[in-house]
Design a protein around this ligand. Structure first.
Ligand code: ACO
Length: 336
């Protein structure tokens, strides 16, 4: 099969209006701004309204990415949503997003790999474009983690936020290909390290499950922390090697925003200067599969990534799972 190139034609982000600060938590939890700031780097996060679902956030980000690309929903051949907090267990949230954008009939599916969702999604969607299956794919990372977080559990309540980031991927000449390499991985031998226990087939929802709080995120924070740093560094090194590049070739790094200390530790090992790393965890907390595309949109809006830059996307999450994509940035079309 003749491979061609893929590029990002448009990128945008959206966060719901409600902002919850560290000080807000002090009102009902035994916690403090000082603890949250020093342990996580977070200051604020956005939470969706009661009547706001993941698809609602995804659609706003998707419309923004389409506008920046100068395209209409009709121009998209396939819709992909990476999310751990879909509107429903089924149908896929991507079907709802495509329909609400007015693209009924186009293929649409979700990717469920938690915080690694955008990295996996970028790999899969790029593959669809580069192999010639589709000319344009809309990929959205979107989450409403606040809906599955126990607000009375200080060890998780403070960590998660809601948001969406969208990219339009489109075919281009092979010699302008942005996709340089990917390294993905998963280890499902201990799913309970980070999971939502009830609601699936192993533990369907019933009153007892709800009463025991099994619909909420449960996490062994220290275990995740240790795994996060090593997996991000290892995935980066393998992805760079596949692209025949080294750590020093990274012009800009966009990590999953789970904890400032995790990012700092990984960046230290990788020897990437802090000014080449996008960190916005202070504003949004951990938005899971939305964190990397939201950060990319911010970097592009601020002019922090330049044409030709080698951009590294790297993340990890429930599964456990991890991944890195090496991407050569090409300027967006100048339509918006
Ligand atoms: N405020 C005050 N104290 C707290 C809070 C809080 N919000 N949360 C926990 N503590 C307490 C604990 O109870 C504990 O007290 P103890 O020593 O009396 O038992 C103490 O602080 C230390 O707890 P640790 O869990 O050891 O704190 P740590 O420094 O590890 O930070 C954290 C916890 C922030 C959760 C960290 O482990 C972390 O970020 N882990 C990774 C989380 C992550 O990346 N998740 C990714 C999710 S990705 C996805 O797929 C959804």
């Amino acid at each position: 099969m003749q491979l061609r190139g893929v590029r990002i034609a448009g990128v945008a982000r959206h966060a719901p209006a409600r902002i919850v600060t560290n000080e807000d938590f002090e009102r009902w939890l035994d916690t403090s701004d000082e603890w949250i700031t020093t342990r996580t780097g977070m200051k604020r996060r956005h939470w969706a309204a009661d009547d706001e679902a993941t698809s609602d956030l995804a659609i706003v980000a998707a419309r923004g990415a389409l506008a920046r690309a100068g395209l209409r929903p009709d121009d998209i051949d396939c819709f992909v949503v990476a999310t751990a907090t879909p509107d429903y267990i089924f149908p896929a949230t991507a079907c709802i997003v495509a329909a609400k954008l007015g693209a009924v009939g186009k293929p649409a599916f979700d990717i469920s790999i938690a915080c690694s969702g955008f990295i996996y999604g970028l790999t899969v969607a790029s593959g669809l474009v580069r192999s010639g299956v589709y000319r344009r794919v809309l990929l959205v990372g979107a989450e409403t983690l606040s809906k599955i977080t126990n607000k009375d559990d200080r060890s998780t309540a403070i960590l998660f936020g809601d948001g969406a980031g969208a990219v339009v991927l489109e075919a281009c000449d092979a010699d302008a290909d942005s996709f340089l390499s990917a390294e993905l991985g998963a280890d499902g031998s201990s799913p309970e390290t980070l999971f939502q226990e009830a609601g699936g087939s192993r533990r369907p929802f019933d009153h007892a499950a709800v009463d025991a709080g099994l619909g909420y995120i449960q996490m062994e924070g220290r275990e995740v922390f240790k795994f996060a740093v090593t997996s991000m560094v290892a995935a980066t090194d393998v992805a760079l090697a596949k692209a025949e590049l080294t750590r020093h070739d990274i012009n800009f790094l966009i990590p999953h925003q789970a904890n400032r200390r995790i990012i700092d530790a990984a960046v230290r090992v990788l020897e990437v200067p802090p000014e080449k790393v996008l960190v916005n965890i202070q504003e949004y907390g951990n938005t899971s599969s939305a964190s990397i595309p939201m950060a990319l949109a911010e970097a592009v809006e601020a002019g922090r990534v330049q044409d030709g830059d080698v951009v590294l996307f790297v993340g990890f999450g429930a599964g456990l799972s991890w991944g890195a994509v090496v991407w050569r940035w090409s300027a967006l079309r100048s339509v918006a």
